[in-house]
Design a protein around this ligand. Structure first.
Ligand code: BTN
Length: 264
């Protein structure tokens, strides 16, 4: 099967849906998130999807870079929802659920979610999501850019065996897919969510909770240098991670990162 990644090919797979979205594909860019943020600041309207065949400066959460060689799926969605900027975590939640659904439909793969923005298959990271935005003076969202990066090939980890053990790509998982088809499926799911954003949210959040594999596990927090064990109790109504501290106190995390605690 030919894997042509172009806007015409994505639109072909959209089959008439998402007609109010503008779809653009670049051969190469620094970061699709950066491009859309610049566009949004210059007044670009919402419902714009930008994909690239490779990124030279792909970005991940917490200031990390995101390896983006030729062949992966790198896309960003520009939206202007009428919600507070602080509620834009909902978009990350929705993007995670929509990508899980698309992977199931197109590849038959069951991915799980690691709070807040990573998709895992067989215990290895396949996909990351980075949502960025800006607020109006009243705290409402001016724009939000939801970036989704999905590995086709397992990323080249060089000599880093620890990293190699925790990342994967669609090909390693036995899925040969048309990138345009997968992107069209993600957009179709996201557009359906976005059209009914308020009404849909509880259902999407419930699906997120069901697939969020940290619940019940012991984790360490990126903010705790002592790496003490916290028990994950679940995800609250604002997609915060509810954990119990070693002292028995319930804490809700809205940022940062957790790691599954290994028992030696
Ligand atoms: C993460 O794993 O921390 C998030 C990774 C997000 C990567 C995607 S690829 C498309 C978009 N452009 C970027 O520069 N980042 C996001």
């Amino acid at each position: 099967m030919a894997d042509i990644l172009s806007s015409a090919e994505i639109i072909k797979y959209l089959d008439g849906s998402c007609a109010d979205w503008q779809v653009e594909v670049l051969a190469e860019t620094d970061s699709t998130n950066t491009r859309l943020k610049e566009g949004a600041k210059a007044g670009a309207p919402e419902k714009l999807l930008l994909a690239a065949r490779r990124q030279t400066a792909g970005r991940g959460r917490l200031g990390r870079s995101f390896l983006s060689p030729e062949g992966g799926i790198y896309l960003s969605l520009l939206v202007r929802p009428s919600i507070l900027l602080e509620d834009c975590t909902n978009l990350t939640v929705a993007a995670a659920v929509c990508t899980v659904r698309a992977l199931k439909q197109v590849c038959g793969l069951q991915a799980d979610i690691k709070w807040v923005n990573d998709l895992y298959v067989d215990g290895k990271k396949l996909c990351g999501i980075l949502t960025e935005g800006a607020a109006l003076p009243n705290g409402m969202t001016d724009f939000a850019v939801v970036g989704i990066g999905l590995n086709l090939e397992k990323p080249d980890c060089g000599n880093d065996r620890q990293l190699a053990a925790v990342v994967t790509g669609l090909k390693e998982l036995g899925c040969t897919v048309s990138r345009a088809r997968l992107i069209a499926a993600i957009l179709t799911e996201f557009d359906r969510y976005y059209a009914h954003m308020q009404a849909n949210h509880p259902a999407v959040l419930e699906e997120y909770r069901q697939r969020m594999f940290l619940t019940g596990t012991e984790v360490t927090l990126s903010t705790d240098p002592q790496k003490r064990p916290y028990t994950v109790l679940g995800v609250d109504h604002r997609a915060g991670l509810v954990v119990r501290s070693p002292e028995g106190e319930e804490i809700t995390l809205h940022s940062g990162e957790v790691s599954v605690r290994r028992h030696y």
